[in-house]
Design a binder for this molecule. Structure first.
Ligand code: PLP
Length: 354
């Protein structure tokens, strides 16, 4: 059935094993981020069997679905109120930056007779989740007194919102904050989670400070790509995902719409059109409801993505060396956003090839 996303499981597992080995050589534990897989148990199970230390996901629904997969699981988006009972039930640890939430986790953990591990998030400049230093110190002090919370460690997130990359400077800042907290409260954190795939090179080259002992990685593993640096990782598989869709209409048409023009298209956007004369246009059975258009690149370099709507993508295939016909399959290489959207769409079939 098309559209589909084809997933090369062996390629992902090879990347997991290589990452794990590099992490091990550099004294770093690996938490594999599973959110991209959008609740694909078969792949998650295989990742866990390949010997990773932890898995983590931003959606509690996914962790619930992995409940019988035997590994330590972290929720990497701060829990919202309604999620707290499930977070205690199904996540061993969670990333947090609000003391009120941590207190609620503590109360629920007490109710369920459990201890929940909390990783406090420190804001290192990317400006998504995290506390500035004074608040971090205050929360750590309070969390230490909560009976059913284990203050597991400190974490940072980079390269997701503000495009801030890890550097000697900000990694050293993290180390200093961690050491200061440990001195102040006379504790030793088990977990100092220094970031995500953008820290791959610093980890590989042994440039992370000694106190940092964990990374949470997704993109490097799935796509062999270091985000923010947009650098391919040598010897990692980069073609683990291919998006495929079928041509459902193929016609020669003018390249500029005609008639009276309104203010916007069906997505509320205004487009401009270049007159390239009459072109061979293919429509495929895949749309914006399934995939982020900017997140896919046709494997056939002669194809241009013109645009799309919820259920259709319109391609200019005039310059292709191939003579396409209705029913032919067009293949695309997705980036992270492309994979994430396809994996999340229930209308895109997931085909695992081993
Ligand atoms: C909190 C957190 N940690 C780690 C990651 C993994 O990032 P990456 O895929 O760049 O390794 C993400 C993003 O998915 C995240 O939100």
């Amino acid at each position: 059935m098309y559209p589909k996303i084809q997933i090369k499981l062996s390629g992902i597992i090879e990347n997991v094993k290589r990452t794990k080995e590099l992490c091990k050589q550099n004294g770093i534990s690996l938490a594999v981020v599973t959110k991209l897989l959008a609740d694909n148990r078969e792949i998650v199970q295989a990742i866990v069997e390949s010997g990773v230390d932890y898995i983590c996901d931003s959606r509690i629904q996914n962790l619930i679905s992995y409940k019988d997969i035997n590994t330590e699981k972290w929720l990497i988006r701060s829990p919202s109120n309604d999620e707290i009972p499930d977070v205690i039930r199904y996540a061993d640890a969670s990333l947090n930056s609000e003391i009120e939430t941590i207190k609620k986790l503590n109360a629920e953990a007490k109710k369920q007779g459990k201890t929940h591990k909390v990783i406090l998030m420190y804001e290192l400049g990317d400006l998504r989740e995290g506390c500035l230093k004074p608040e971090l110190e205050e929360i750590a002090g309070e969390a230490l007194h909560l009976s059913n919370i284990e203050l597991y460690g400190v974490g940072v997130n980079l390269s997701c919102y503000g495009e801030i990359v890890p550097s000697e400077k900000n990694m050293k800042e993290l180390e200093e904050v961690v050491l200061e907290l440990e001195r102040k409260y006379n504790i030793k954190f088990k977990m100092v989670s220094g970031g995500n795939s953008s820290s791959f090179n610093m980890m590989k080259n042994g440039r992370l400070p000694n106190s940092i002992n964990n990374l949470r990685m997704g993109e490097a593993i799935y796509l062999g790509n270091i985000p923010c640096f947009e650098e391919k990782i040598d010897e990692f598989n980069q073609d683990n995902f291919i998006v495929k869709a079928e041509i459902i209409e193929l016609k020669e048409k003018p390249s500029v719409p005609w008639g009276e023009c309104g203010l916007s298209n069906s997505f509320g956007e205004h487009s401009t059109f270049t007159d390239r004369g009459t072109r061979k246009r293919a429509i495929i059975g895949l749309g914006k409801q399934d995939v982020k258009l900017e997140g896919i690149t046709p494997l056939d370099e002669g194809i241009i993505i013109l645009g799309g709507s919820s259920d259709h993508i319109i391609l200019d295939v005039s310059d292709s060396e191939k003579q396409y016909k209705v029913g032919d399959i067009i293949e695309f290489m997705p980036n992270y956003a492309g994979v994430l959207s396809c994996m999340t769409s229930k209308y895109v079939q997931k085909e695992i090839v081993r």
